[in-house]
Design a binder for this molecule. Structure first.
Ligand SMILES: Nc1ncnc2c1ncn2[C@@H]1O[C@H](COP(=O)(O)OP(=O)(O)OP(=O)(O)O)[C@@H](O)[C@H]1O
Ligand SMILES: [Mg+2]
Length: 214
């Protein structure tokens, strides 16, 4: 089973993935958690280019780098694990591409669909948890985590985080449209709830849909 987590930076994805993985392992499931971009040696190198690069990357360049990283991860790690019956939890997957490079950066959504299908071999999650939060709030979390003043030009932020509030508003609106288009795959959760409350909602959804995690 493939579970993905989506949401803008600082929404709480990593926090919840850790809790869910440990919950499922306690229940006896074999769980593999991976983050995008990254997860293989080559894909981690691409991650460094995408997040740590101080120079500009064009939107198309960004799309193809993310897609190259994803192709490696899917073929080398995700598919083999799923075939062995493991539960795979991904911290971001192709919805991030549509939300960030499509709605955020303005690339054509139909073109993205084609690129996504090539890089994933049409693999789709069984369920996607979307942690919903206003960019103002999630970025405050990120800044306070790094003990930084609220300034998007800060050198301490990664390349995405320096994109600014308007960008993140477009990304969030993109996620809203994705959920509208595929309500059966997505579970939208209010990311302002307490960590434990969100975790309980996630476990409850899995139980309802798949009898999993109960
Ligand atoms: N429900 C919550 N309420 C308040 N703070 C939270 C909550 N969940 C996570 N946080 C805090 O918000 C910050 C961001 O959380 P986390 O790293 O899990 O987000 P993320 O979605 O993985 O971010 P990124 O996309 O940058 O990886 C952390 O400092 C975390 O402790
Ligand atoms: Mg994270």
């Amino acid at each position: 089973m493939l579970i993905t987590f989506e949401g803008i930076d600082g929404a709480g994805k990593s926090t919840q993935i850790k809790k869910l993985a440990s919950h499922l392992r306690h229940k006896g499931r074999e769980v593999l958690t991976l983050r995008e971009p990254g997860g293989t040696e080559v894909a981690e190198k691409i991650r460094q280019i995408l997040l740590e690069s101080r120079s500009d990357i064009t939107p198309v360049g960004e799309l193809l780098l993310f897609s190259a990283s994803r192709a490696e991860l899917v073929a080398e790690v995700v598919r083999p694990a799923l075939e062995q019956g493991q539960t795979v939890i991904l911290d971001r997957f192709f919805d991030s591409t549509t939300a960030y490079q499509g709605y955020g950066r303005g690339l054509d959504i139909e073109m993205l669909r084609t690129v996504i299908s090539i890089s994933t071999g049409a693999l789709s999650p069984d369920i996607t948890f979307y942690l919903d939060i206003l960019p103002e709030e999630s970025l405050i979390r990120k800044f306070s985590e790094k003990s930084l003043p609220l300034a998007f030009e800060s050198e301490e932020l990664d390349r995405m985080e320096r994109s600014g509030l308007e960008f993140y508003r477009k990304v969030r609106e993109g996620y809203r449209k994705l959920i509208e288009a595929e309500p059966e795959r997505f579970v939208r959760i209010n990311a302002r709830l307490k960590v434990q409350e969100i975790h309980q909602e996630i476990v409850r959804s899995l139980r309802e849909r798949f009898d999993e995690g109960s």
